[in-house]
Design a protein around this ligand. Structure first.
Ligand code: NDP
Ligand code: 8X3
Length: 252
């Protein structure tokens, strides 16, 4: 029987690559994001290239009612979700604590933390009913070391790490796996979003070394999701070879 993945933030970067990887391996995909046009185009391409079923769901993970309305009311054939990837997220700004924008902080907390909680909570009843499932949370190396001017972004990713640990403990009884994947620098739209459209500033983040690609994260996610039932990767840090952690990247 074909398996089902739900991946949030599938209009770009990791989420899109994850949907492509799983679809290429025959998984049916529920893909989500706020940009309906992009989401529908990606859905059509996945169906055409991989002959799988794809359900695009347009919602903002910050909107609790929308998250629950969309997921709770999934058509019956889409309720057997095997894997949910909580990927939707962002950094906004890279400013010193006293200079940073409160609205940016709130958006990061609402998206990276509260959005992840809402989606997890909405999907769980389906997994608990089947006594199987796998939650994959996208953290960051920013969860492991706070870096200068990373303040609230790092805090949200530390929260993702803590929530993943908590989910793992509490959901053992339901036979649900929980994996946190913590990537280092990956060249996606992430830095363009962080620097609010400043392409030059975004590009500079990845200069002087070879960062990871979104496909590297998709491959890692697929590996974690396809291990035998008795095996669970709990916490995984992945960086490019030039990067040791949030604080040290060798540019030479
Ligand atoms: P992108 O900007 O390329 O993609 C982010 C995705 O998140 C988009 O599909 C976007 O969709 C979605 N998203 C953002 N806000 C919301 C929201 N409020 N509601 C629904 N969807 C939302 O970035 P990445 O692919 O790089 O980032 C994905 C995740 O990986 C994030 O959680 C990020 O923090 C994390 N990460 C990224 C790293 C990197 O170096 N790139 C490293 C470590 C972690 P839309 O705009 O259509 O809503
Ligand atoms: C994204 C990677 O180094 O910008 O989480 O925090 S970093």
């Amino acid at each position: 029987m074909s398996r089902i993945i739900l991946v949030t933030g599938a209009t770009s970067g990791f989420g899109k690559a994850i949907a492509e990887k799983f679809a290429a391996n025959g998984w049916h995909c529920i893909i989500t994001g706020r940009r309906a046009g992009r989401l529908n185009e990606i859905a059509a391409a996945l169906r055409e290239q991989h002959a799988v079923n794809v359900l695009p769901l347009v919602f903002d993970v910050q909107q609790k009612e929308a998250v629950f309305a969309q997921i709770t009311n999934l058509p019956e054939q889409w309720q057997h979700i095997d894997v949910v990837v909580n990927n939707a997220g962002l950094a906004l700004g890279r400013d010193s604590f006293e200079m940073a924008d409160l609205a940016d902080w709130e958006t990061m907390i609402d998206t990276n933390v509260k959005g992840l909680l809402y989606v997890s909570k909405a999907v769980l009843p389906f997994m608990i009913a089947r006594k199987q499932g796998h939650i994959i949370n996208i953290g960051s190396t920013a969860a492991k070391e706070v870096y200068p001017n990373g303040n609230v972004y790092c805090a949200t990713k530390s929260a993702v790490e803590a929530i993943s640990k908590a989910q793992r403990i509490d959901l053992l009884q339901h036979k649900i796996k929980v994996t946190a994947i913590h990537p280092g620098a990956v060249e996606t739209a992430f830095s363009v979003v962080r620097f609010k459209g400043d392409e030059a500033k975004a590009k500079a983040v990845y200069e002087g070394y070879k960062p990871l690609h979104a496909a590297d994260i998709a491959d890692t996610c697929y590996y974690c999701a396809t291990l035998p039932q008795h095996v669970c990767i709990n916490d995984l840090v992945i960086t490019c070879t030039a990067q040791a952690n949030s604080l040290f990247t060798y540019k030479g």
